[in-house]
Design a protein. Structure first.
Length: 416
């Protein structure tokens, strides 16, 4: 049984910043409210959830908002206690929190390190770019506070990645973004385009803040910076996902997955939805306080949503890049009737045409490296001579193949 991913809208839409591109600026009541998930809800939810995923031995939990740290550190300490109380051995508990990082300090960092939280920090680039959009309600930029928090997280060796929202403020700055993140040693990155819609209005055609040509050009420039000499040293999620698809692996990003199945979203009042782009009564599958988890997860409403990508538009079905794109996100379809390709169709075509050859070469190198590891294991860990042919079968010498020292600096070839 696969794990069930659960995203908690920890404080609903409450936030201490006022970013203009936020797609979750409104609560279900149509305005920002100060709401918090109560630990009593989790006391009710966790026993049932841990029973449900017991055979998967994996609990995947994410904490978002609004700004989830507004719930306070004591709340998250309570979360960790309840998880430990109700998890069935040998369940592995994975927590991730997505934060603007304004409130983080050493105490938060110590907690995240102790419980091995993955912390996603929203950071749109260097100060002059980031502070154009990511401001507090007084109109002050948040960059300096974010970087101070990143320093605290790194001091305590917290697993950290960066979420960079792409908008008019940075879509033409791919080189500046890559240089900044590399200079800061921030090597786990995700870029998502800003979209001007509210998740409480899922059937309203979205307005977009960048056009397909701009976004496609950005992806191409980011790819070239990521690929480098063929041994990437930074992780950029969309390119990692592209590589997964070339290798025939399940894509871990629903945007380019086979179906709309990213788990469930739990609101502060216990309401359950299939996606945080669709916080709408039409797609509500139940409520934690009154409905069974099994019924909500396996019920008809969620099954309908999971199949929302199908049928694909005729243009997608005939597209040479279908195995990589898989129709993208239905939220970005030009028509509510799901009869047209997504708004970013041409962006992805541009990327796939530009990157496919090098991605294929990288995929072959990864397969070869796996064969080399298998050979090494079968030969008591022996390391070939520098000028021997590499045992991976590439017909290259070991020193210029799996023995290349540059591999040790690439996250793709690290062996944990």
């Amino acid at each position: 049984m696969p794990p069930l991913n659960v995203m908690f809208k920890t404080v609903s839409s409450d936030c201490n910043l006022d970013c203009g591109y936020c797609y979750y600026r409104q609560s279900l009541e149509g305005e920002r409210l100060q709401r918090r998930i109560d630990l009593s809800l989790l006391e009710r939810f966790f026993p049932v959830y841990m029973d449900y995923i017991a055979d998967a031995h994996q609990a995947n939990l994410s904490w978002q908002g609004g700004e989830p740290t507004l719930a306070g550190l004591d709340f998250f300490r309570g979360v960790a206690e309840l998880e430990a109380k109700y998890a069935h051995p040998p369940t592995v508990i994975s927590n991730a929190v997505q934060t603007n990082a304004v409130l983080l300090d050493d105490r938060w960092a110590e907690f995240f390190a102790a419980y091995r939280f993955l912390v996603g920090v929203s950071l749109d680039g260097p100060q002059e770019i980031h502070d154009m959009v990511r401001k507090d309600r007084g109109g002050h930029g948040s960059f300096r506070r974010v970087m101070a928090s990143i320093d605290a997280l790194r001091k305590h060796k917290v697993d950290l990645n960066i979420l960079c929202v792409v908008g008019p403020h940075n879509v033409r700055q791919a080189g500046d973004l890559m240089r900044f993140f590399r200079n800061e040693g921030l090597n786990y990155l995700q870029f998502i385009p800003a979209m001007n819609f509210q998740s409480t209005e899922p059937d309203k055609t979205a307005a977009y803040l960048v056009n397909p040509e701009e976004y496609g050009r950005l992806l191409v420039e980011l790819f070239d910076g990521w690929y480098g000499n063929g041994i990437p040293v930074a992780s950029i999620r969309i390119f990692d996902n592209l590589l997964q698809s070339f290798l025939g692996l399940n894509n871990d990003l629903c945007v380019h997955g086979e179906s709309c199945d990213s788990g469930i979203v739990v609101e502060a009042n216990g309401d359950v939805f299939p996606c945080d782009f669709y916080i709408h009564r039409e797609w509500q599958s139940g409520n934690i306080y009154r409905d069974s988890l099994k019924g909500m997860v396996e019920g008809e409403k969620r099954r309908q949503f999971i199949g929302r990508k199908q049928p694909l538009p005729p243009a997608c079905q005939a597209c040479e890049w279908l195995k990589l794109c898989k129709g993208e996100c239905p939220r970005n379809r030009l028509s509510v009737a799901v009869s047209a390709p997504t708004y970013f169709c041409e962006s992805y075509k541009t990327l796939f045409a530009h990157a496919s050859g090098r991605i294929q070469l990288l995929g072959e190198r990864l397969r070869n490296y796996r064969r080399y590891l298998d050979w090494q294991s079968a030969n008591s860990g022996r390391i070939p001579g520098r000028n021997e042919f590499c045992p991976c079968g590439s017909s290259r010498k070991y020193k210029s193949c799996c023995g290349d020292p540059a591999l040790s600096s690439s996250y793709l070839f690290r062996v944990e």
